[in-house]
Design a protein around this ligand. Sequence first.
Ligand SMILES: NC(=O)C1=CN([C@@H]2O[C@H](COP(=O)(O)OP(=O)(O)OC[C@H]3O[C@@H](n4cnc5c(N)ncnc54)[C@H](OP(=O)(O)O)[C@@H]3O)[C@@H](O)[C@H]2O)C=CC1
Ligand SMILES: CC(=O)C(=O)O
Ligand SMILES: [Mg+2]
Length: 556
Amino acid sequence: MDQPTNRPTTSPAVTTLADPLVNKGTAFTRDEREALGLDGLLPPAVETLDEQVARAYEAFRGYDKPLNRHIYLRQLQDTNEVLFHRLVTEHLEELLPVVYTPTVGEACRRFSEIYRRPRGLFLTWEDRHRFRDILRNRPHGNQDVDVIVVTDGQRILGLGDQGVGGMGIPIGKLSLYTAIGGIHPARTLPILLDVGTDNEDLLGNPRYLGRRDRRLTGAEYDEMIEAFVAAVEAELPGTLLQWEDFATAHAYPILERYRDRLLTFNDDIQGTAAVTLGALSTAADVAGTPLPEQRLVILGAGSAAIGVAGMIRTAMVDEGLTEDEATARFWILDVDGLLVSSRSGLSPQQRAFARDDGEVAGWDGTGLAEVVRRVEPTALIGLSTAHGAFTEEIVRRMAGTCERPVIFPLSNPTSHSEAEPADLTRWTDGRALIATGSPFPPLTVDGHRVPVAQSNNVYVFPAMGLAVTACRAARVTDRMLVAAARAVARCAVRAADGVEGPVPLLPPLSGMRDSAREIALAAALAAVEDGVAPHATQEELREAIERAQWTPRYAD
Ligand SMILES: NC(=O)C1=CN([C@@H]2O[C@H](COP(=O)(O)OP(=O)(O)OC[C@H]3O[C@@H](n4cnc5c(N)ncnc54)[C@H](OP(=O)(O)O)[C@@H]3O)[C@@H](O)[C@H]2O)C=CC1
Ligand SMILES: CC(=O)C(=O)O
Ligand SMILES: [Mg+2]
């Protein structure tokens, strides 16, 4: 008998079942089974999509460990995209922590061990002259792409360099572009730029699936990025290119280099900023301290923190402060303490927020505890990856000088959060206005069960994808992101209407698809006003957004 070969041996029917975009599994009707040659290849029962969702949900619940649930969902996604996205959409609040932070962090760390099937594209330095050809190899090469999420795996959540394992993040983010924003799954493309890794554990791990080399740096790294961008421009013009989880040293330069050249944004800098401004605006209203009067201490001075500070400063200027007055409302710290002018090695973006050295003369150091003691902040934001950095002493001190302290430990995943919401509530006698980066269980405040707002860029990026797809924007402008932030806050206020007890700082996750349309509309209007999208009225944009938001259901 002939030995098996590398040539495909499957029939067209099996190819249909193996294509997650057309496979309906047990939902193929009898007529479809006959027409497609599927008779006998499926169990006899014909299920509705709802029945499949119920069965898949039971199977999901049958796994105890979050990582196993994640693996199950990824397999479902690779088997039947409509079913996967319907399941995620219907159980968004419960599934978000599994598809996304914190479990996706674990999935990235263990990428090589749990690897099952390919998804997206892996681009390496050696292939840099062939990127355009490789883009044509994309799984749905006959489709245009609306959104690419790309990472080089160097700063995966707060977990550092995960090399090729970083691919879990673009895959996770794009599944939310679809489940929330309604971007058709065939028109999404996750990409991992494998520029090597400096993670010794990965380099020494025989199972590691990435390039077993140190990271490219300097001119070679820049050449790789330029080759990638040029290939995207040539092969997929008009696609939204989202940069994700790049180390800060690369994140800002890349954004600055390309933001005026193509449709692109950095989610960690700009998406995070927009959702945080949204949550802070709601918190400022609740606290009765208008945004321009807030005094903000930010722990962390990486791309996320500086992006957040920049956008809040812009909003303060919109609300009447001068640029200098607004800048003076921020105290930003990194691992070496407060950013002050005399420090060397600060980036231009960090330097813009550095305090005068004279201010700290006589201080007992510039660590967080001392800064909080001296500044008496009204808002404390963590984007530092430093687990537990908001200690009881620091939080109690802050609560001693501020009636409604705004405290946002935003680092991901959960294991890197600067504080636990339950502790913050206890240490402030329930007065803290809290938002976290990863999900936490609800709190009990004054006898009310209060969900913990998740100030995560997931409130923004799916809506941004929907906006630019619907309004055909050519660029992502800062005003589009600020408009998105304002819309996030408006959605929160609307959702709070009639809610008993403490006001939620962000709209409920369960209503994210609806919120995404509102946020997208605000961003699309700003795109038109900024002249980066064709003229359209508000009503036309609203209709375009409704049309563009794909709902997971089977084609007839
Ligand atoms: N909620 C959300 O939507 C988002 C959350 N994040 C989270 O924010 C965190 C930071 O991201 P990003 O800015 O890109 O990462 P970076 O690594 O670029 O920044 C981390 C910053 O925190 C500082 N830092 C590290 N340890 C400490 C410490 N013990 N005390 C004070 N400062 C410290 C670092 O200082 P130094 O440079 O001197 O080491 C650096 O300035 C991550 O955990 C990420 O998951 C990011 C994007 C979105
Ligand atoms: C949420 C996100 O983008 C991050 O933590 O990096
Ligand atoms: Mg990120």
